[in-house]
Design a binder for this molecule. Sequence first.
Ligand code: HEC
Ligand code: HEC
Length: 152
Amino acid sequence: MKTFTTIGFTLLLILSGLSAVTAADNIATLRGSAPLNQEGEAPPMPRPESNDQKRKRNYPMQPPVIPHNVQGYQVDMKVNKCLSCHARKRAEESQAPMISVTHYMDRDGNFLADVSPRRYFCFQCHVEQTNAKPLVNNTFKDIDDILAEEGQ
Ligand code: HEC
Ligand code: HEC
């Protein structure tokens, strides 16, 4: 009886191992269907939409996507190309929207004289607008649509 149970368990293990392999073959991953030991074909780069047309923000706290070209814009410890237009001091000349007041706040809510270090690396939060399709479907709903559905 004991030997039978052991054999049964071993078979079960082998079978579940096999099904795991076949299941893994069908799992959709970002690298696509290319086998693990081969390099898949790179998908085409999404095209930036640098038409100066702002997109709607999905919710008020969303970092707005960038509506203009940023290719080659340097942002490092010494230079911040973005601030050359978006800093408070430069907005008049550039007519770019000034970085909002939250960019001058430290994590305790104190207002600093210049951009806060935690908001210095703009690409951490802001990305260029592109024509890229969502990688996975999502069911996000705008709060206005939710309120409309509830008849408010
Ligand atoms: C040459 C000036 C200039 C530079 C440099 C620049 N911007 Fe802009 N930016 C603008 C202007 C002007 C606008 C207003 C919309 C437009 O004309 O494209 C804008 C709009 C934006 C917006 C949209 C704001 C909103 O309210 O929707 C974001 C975000 C932004 N820029 C981020 C950046 C980031 C990040 C960088 C650096 C990688 C950068 N910008 C560099 C001039 C500039
Ligand atoms: C940690 C995330 C983060 C970083 C880093 C960051 N931002 Fe933002 N940004 C936001 C968020 C969130 C908003 C929208 C809400 C707000 O104003 O705080 C915003 C708003 C803006 C706006 C619109 C301002 C307005 O009044 O509508 C501009 C322009 C902008 N950011 C530019 C920049 C630039 C330029 C940098 C780099 C110097 C930068 N941001 C760095 C998160 C960030």
